[in-house]
Design a protein around this ligand. Structure first.
Ligand code: PLP
Length: 398
């Protein structure tokens, strides 16, 4: 039946993440550091707001762009945090997660064959959605040697007459890297020089540790050419509510709105009401969760380094990205063997692009007990191969 499918869909590769979950799902007693979503449930007062809206009979569509009060609350929060002003009337759009927002942003910019520079390793959807929107992803690799920072020179080297946009997502899934101001300015200079639009996926903006998050649109002259994407999923532990949003100049949001109204009508009503509650009263929850992630981050990074898997210090999101070079295995073989032998699920770095090869992604959005258990299993795995001494491995026993 595949002859019926479009060439673009046929050429789309399945996500490299899914496969490991499928294998893990067939096994008992798996410890997983594979999952890229908060392990917390949505704070109770936010859940209550959603439930109450259902009980009040708010079960219909909302205005296409999203409930006005929510758009106003988003605009107010962005202004308070970053000093950026967006009009709730036509510069804020509420979407079905950043996922929809990312697709819309690409779709309004790209004609067939247009190119998008994508900093890599990156979220698995980035190149896939560029292709789905008719474009060509041009990957700009980064490396652990420079803390996974994308450089202006690397972007500049990949510019062609078809380059239309730069797609950034920092704090990064999968590396946890946060771009320094210096590197952000380099990206901004390339965008300005070549008149490109920057799509900046800042979904992990609230989850940073010891560094400040810089909204790309705050950089000099960047507001006018930047589409910022963010949402509720990660900061407020609300992945299932499916609410994201766009803040951008009206020319972009209005174009995105044109597709959104036909494709989606409006983002989930219950999720929008809950998001309004989250933005108005969820600050303490964000901070409590952030502090817990930070503790786990230090635990896991220290653990990997002690086991000899050199791990650069992630400053954002909830991922660590250690190198598995000492094992002499490729990342896919390593993850499969680890899953089969120790029932520990990590994700091969190459699932996030070529420059992730030789690394693995470990999500620390899981309990400290799970992290201890995972490090213990990893220690056993490495000990069996003579890569570390037994004594070193045992310090991680929960
Ligand atoms: C970088 C990045 N962007 C977007 C998303 C999807 O977010 P949402 O739940 O808002 O669709 C994810 C989810 O893992 C992500 O890691």
């Amino acid at each position: 039946m595949s002859r019926y499918l479009s060439r673009s869909v046929q050429s789309l590769r399945p996500s490299g993440i899914r496969r490991y979950f499928d294998i893990a799902a067939t096994m008992d007693d798996v410890v997983t550091l594979g999952i890229g979503e908060p392990d917390f449930v949505t704070p109770a007062h936010i859940v209550d707001a959603g439930v109450e809206s259902l009980q009040l009979g708010q079960t219909g569509y909302t205005s296409n762009a999203g409930i006005y009060e929510l758009r106003a609350a988003i605009a107010a929060q962005v202004e308070q945090r970053y000093g950026l002003r967006y009009s709730p009337e036509n510069e804020v759009l509420v979407t079905v997660g950043v996922s929809e927002a990312l697709f819309l942003a690409l779709k309004i910019l790209l004609d067939p064959g247009d190119e998008v520079l994508v900093a890599e390793p990156c979220f698995v959807a980035n190149p896939a959605l560029v292709e789905t929107a008719g474009g060509i992803p041009v990957m700009a690799p980064t490396s652990a040697d420079n803390d996974f920072q994308v450089t202006g020179a690397s972007l500049e080297a990949r510019i062609t007459p078809r380059t239309k946009a730069i797609l950034l997502s920092y704090p990064s899934n999968p590396t946890g890297a946060v771009l320094t101001r210096e590197h952000l300015l380099q990206v901004a200079a390339v965008a300005k020089k070549h008149d490109l639009v920057v799509i900046s996926d800042e979904i992990y903006e609230r989850l940073v540790y010891g560094v400040e998050h810089i909204n790309f649109a705050t950089l000099p002259n960047m507001r006018e050419r930047t589409i910022v994407l963010s949402g509720m999923s990660k900061s407020y532990a609300m992945t299932g509510w499916r609410i994201g949003y766009v803040t951008a100049p009206a020319a972009f949001t209005e174009a995105m709105y044109k597709i959104h109204q036909y494709l989606i009508m409006s983002a989930p009503t219950t999720g929008q009401v809950a998001s309004l509650q989250a933005i108005r009263s969820g600050e303490d929850d964000v901070e409590t969760m952030r502090q817990q992630y930070d503790r786990r981050r230090r635990l896991i990074v220290d653990g990997f380094n002690r086991l000899g898997l050199s791990c650069f210090e992630p400053r954002g999101a909830f991922y660590a990205f250690p190198s598995i070079a000492i094992t002499g295995m490729d990342d896919e073989t390593f993850c499969e063997a680890l899953l089969q032998e120790e029932r520990l699920a990590l994700i091969p770095g190459s699932a996030f692009g070529e420059s992730g090869r030789g690394f693995v992604r470990a999500s620390y959005a899981t309990s400290e007990a799970n992290i201890h258990e995972a490090l213990d299993r990893l220690g056993r795995f490495l000990t069996k191969r003579g890569l570390i001494a037994r004594a070193e491995a045992s310090v991680f026993a929960a």
